[in-house]
Structures are given as structure tokens and as C-alpha cells.
Design a protein around this ligand. Structure first.
Ligand code: NAD
Ligand code: LMR
Length: 332
């Protein structure tokens, strides 16, 4: 074993976590590193985690290190290298007598969670810790958390990898090309129905999407809305929000950050804008990202955006701005 990584997972008794946690210790996500797990739940259900810990022990994962669980986030956060912030309310359930239909309904319910968690991560998490917000509305929750953490050495991300995986899957079916041959699948903007899955810069078997996918009508009326609405379609079909695919996407994001990106690829996650592609600084926006050899994560800056793409991205940026306005009372 080369070293140890400490991973903190919130919402650890929830449905995404049940698929996610075993994969963190299976020896593939973090290679030969030993993985310490710190699992967090709300006080009402934290005791259930004893059962999950029993199952993890019974699975005998050679790379599993110390496993602990708690409802005290500050205690859990100490020396965390990775924070997977899943804990929050999903769509599709009834909350306080109201059916939660849109991700924006979650803004007022979940936003507050990320003030205290962000502040604890800033204080107790490791310098250069990486934080992946899965709980919705993921971008704005990450904005709240990053603001509360006030620690610029740490990298806050919101998950858009699931959208990128969905987009690849749709393109693979349409073109009859194996999904492993689809690269550079970027999701711009918010993880919401305004996101812009980029069919122009995607690389399909070595060719740019805008030369392979010539059917603009299909892009407008099938591809983009299918990616944007896939979360809802899963909720409608399953009666619960996507879980196993969300867990896989979280693992894909961690792996993309742990291993250098190849020069003709990038991965999708939302991070704080530095003004690239004219996105307002500080917004947590979906970008094409590269993991460099020295371990840093950077926005891939040399992509061409058509007027069509810029218009679509602006819709999502405007939504992020209005979400930021709605949570300004939670920001310092
Ligand atoms: P779930 O209800 O099964 O589990 C959520 C868990 O979080 C619950 O066990 C709950 O007790 C716990 N929790 C709530 N507040 C917490 C807190 N303050 N600290 C720690 N734990 C807390 O829900 P799920 O299906 O696992 O989904 C979790 C979230 O992920 C939802 O907000 C959902 O919308 C979101 N999601 C995001 C994506 C994405 O692509 N970004 C994909 C799927 C789901
Ligand atoms: C998804 O995209 O599947 C999740 O964000 C869940 C949701 O509410 O859509």
C-alpha cells in the first residue's frame, strides 16, 4: 500500500451511498491506497450505519482502512482528503406535505446544510482537500459550502458527471459507436434542466461532434432535452431518484481527479469560475476539466463555442445567478 486517503461521506444511510461506499474501498477508485471511511448521517438515522459497517466488514475489502460513523460532522471532517456530500433531500418525495418536483424546490430545504458543513471542511479538512457535492441543487449547495469554507486551497466541485455519462450513452446509441470511443463530453452550466450538453465539442471516435452529429433537429429536440430531463424520467419510472448511476458518476469524478487526463479528453464537473468562457467569477459552473500531471485540476480553455452554444450556456448561467440571489442570506 502506498498511502492512506480519508474519505468523508454524508447521507451515508441513503440510497446513493449504499452503491457508492463499497466502491470507494474496492481497490479500483483509489488504486492501492488504504481508504479510511468517515460516514455521516443525521442523528435520527445514524445508528443504521452500524448495519452498513457490518456489511462492509463482511465483504472483506483488502483496501478498507478504519471505518467510523457519526452525526457530528466536525468530528468526521478532521483531516479529510475527500468529501462526498450526498446528504440532502431528493426530488420525488413528499416533504412537509408538499411533493418536491423541481430541483429549485430543494434550494431552501437543502441549502442550509452546506453552511455548517462548509465551515467545518474549511477548518478541519486537509489543505488541498477535494469536495464533491452530489446533493441537489448541487451547484448552489457547492457555492454555499465553498463560501462558508473560505479556504482557497480546497477544491469544491458539484457533480455533472452523471449528465455527461447520460449524454455519452445517448450519443453511443444514436451513432452505434461504442461508448468508450466517446470523449470530451462537456456539460456546461447548472446540474438542472437548463444544463447544456455540448454536442459540438464532443469527440466521437476521434472526430468532432459537429462533423459527426449533423442532424441539428435531433440535437435540439431529442439529445439536449433527453439529457436535461433524464433525472426526472428516472424518478417517474423508478419512483425514486437515480442512485446506482449517481454513485457510479461520483466514483468516475473521483477517478478523473486522481489520474491525469489524456490530452484529447476532459471530464465534467462544476467548479468555481475564474472568468473562463465569460462565466461570472465565483459561480459554480459546469466546465470541461483536465487533471494535470502535478495533480491540479484546471479548466480546459481552448474550446470553440458557437453562438448557439453561448446562447444555451447563458440560459444556465442566468439560472445560477438567480439561485445565488435566492441563497444570499446563507453567504458571508
Ligand atoms: P436519500 O434520501 O436516499 O438519502 C439522503 C440521505 O441524506 C438520507 O439518509 C438523509 O438522512 C441524509 N441527510 C440529510 N441531511 C443530512 C445532513 N445534514 N448530514 C448528513 N446526512 C444527511 O437520497 P439519495 O437518493 O441518496 O439522494 C441524495 C441527494 O443526491 C439528493 O439531493 C438527490 O437529489 C441528489 N442527486 C444528485 C445527483 C447529481 O447528479 N448531482 C444525482 C442523483 C441524486
Ligand atoms: C438526477 O439528475 O438524476 C438527480 O439530480 C436527481 C434529480 O432530482 O433529477
Amino acid at each position: 500500500m502506498s498511502s492512506t486517503v480519508k474519505v468523508v461521506v454524508t447521507g451515508a444511510a441513503g440510497q446513493i451511498a449504499y452503491s457508492l461506499i463499497p466502491r470507494l474501498v474496492d481497490g479500483r477508485t483509489f488504486g492501492d491506497k488504504k481508504v479510511d471511511l468517515s460516514l455521516v448521517e443525521i442523528p435520527q438515522v445514524v445508528d443504521k450505519l452500524e448495519g452498513l459497517v457490518m456489511e462492509l466488514e463482511d465483504s472483506y475489502f483488502p483496501n478498507m482502512g478504519n471505518v467510523s460513523y457519526t452525526s457530528n460532522f466536525e468530528e468526521a471532517a478532521k483531516d479529510g482528503d475527500w468529501f462526498l456530500l450526498v446528504g440532502s433531500i431528493p426530488r420525488g418525495i413528499v416533504y412537509n406535505g408538499k411533493k418536491i418536483e423541481e430541483r429549485s424546490d430543494l434550494l431552501s430545504i437543502n441549502g442550509g446544510i452546506f453552511v455548517d458543513q462548509g465551515s467545518a471542511i474549511g477548518k478541519y479538512g486537509k489543505e488541498e482537500a477535494k469536495i464533491l457535492v452530489v446533493g441537489n441543487p448541487a451547484n448552489t449547495n457547492a457555492l454555499i459550502g465553498k463560501n462558508a469554507a473560505n479556504n482557497n486551497s480546497q477544491l469544491w466541485m458539484a457533480m455533472t458527471m452523471l449528465d455527461s455519462n447520460r449524454a455519452k450513452s445517448i450519443i453511443a446509441k444514436k451513432t452505434n459507436i461504442d461508448i468508450s470511443e466517446i470523449a470530451n463530453m462537456i456539460i456546461w452550466g447548472n446540474h438542472s434542466p437548463t444544463m447544456y450538453p455540448d454536442a459540438e465539442n464532443v469527440i466521437i471516435k476521434g472526430e468532432l461532434g459537429n462533423t459527426v452529429l449533423e442532424d441539428q433537429d435531433w440535437i435540439d429536440s431529442v439529445f439536449i432535452p433527453s439529457v436535461q430531463q433524464r433525472g426526472k424520467a428516472v424518478i417517474d419510472a423508478r419512483g425514486a431518484s437515480s442512485a446506482t448511476s449517481a454513485a457510479k458518476a461520483a466514483i468516475d469524478t473521483v477517478m478523473a481527479c486522481e489520474h491525469p487526463s489524456s490530452s484529447n479528453d476532459c471530464f465534467s464537473a462544476a467548479i468555481s469560475s475564474d472568468g473562463s468562457y465569460d462565466v461570472q467569477e465565483g459561480l459554480i459552473c459546469g466546465f470541461p476539466l483536465m487533471r494535470l500531471d502535478d495533480g491540479t485540476i484546471e479548466i480546459k480553455r481552448d474550446l470553440a463555442l458557437s453562438d448557439y452554444a453561448r446562447k444555451k450556456i447563458k440560459i444556465s448561467i442566468d439560472e445560477l445567478l438567480s439561485e445565488r440571489e435566492a441563497v444570499k442570506h446563507l453567504m458571508k
